[in-house]
Design a protein around this ligand. Sequence first.
Ligand SMILES: Cc1cc2nc3c(=O)[nH]c(=O)nc-3n(C[C@H](O)[C@H](O)[C@H](O)COP(=O)(O)O)c2cc1C
Length: 152
Amino acid sequence: MFFSRSGNTALAARHVARRLNARLITLEAEDYRLGLWGWIKAMRDARGEGAITPQTVDLDAFDTLYLGSPVWLYSPAPPIWSFVAHNRFDGKRVVLFNTFNSQFKPEFIAEFEARVMENGARSFEHLSVQRGRMTQQLTPQEMLRAIDAEWF
Ligand SMILES: Cc1cc2nc3c(=O)[nH]c(=O)nc-3n(C[C@H](O)[C@H](O)[C@H](O)COP(=O)(O)O)c2cc1C
């Protein structure tokens, strides 16, 4: 399950799904599409919850869920919070993975973990890959190499 605005988290998610032979589900958030208006809305909402499609997913068949999201304003982006708000994770292992440029704040990850655990998860893990600031970012290939080295 992942949300991605500009494709980095999507690339990471496809890679993880391929490696784990897992099903890939995309969360769409119309409000935050590419372009200036989508960016303005993304900044405005960055720590809230955003409207997503689908809002709920039948998770019965899954033991482990990887939830992928970019970091916005030091926190996982609103669509992934919305997913947690609208779905239960009873007995499941939940792994949050983030792509980000420079920094996230651990308190937002701790809050995310608390929400996931409140919704019944049996465990929570956090994975992330730092792409670097603009103009000196990892290439897509370097990002996937970092994921292979650090997440598996
Ligand atoms: C509205 C907005 C806010 C962002 N805030 C942060 C931030 O606080 N820290 C950070 O490291 N990166 C931040 N970024 C950069 C993204 O986390 C990074 O580019 C990410 O890989 C984008 O993933 P995506 O291509 O899947 O959308 C922000 C990006 C946007 C659009």
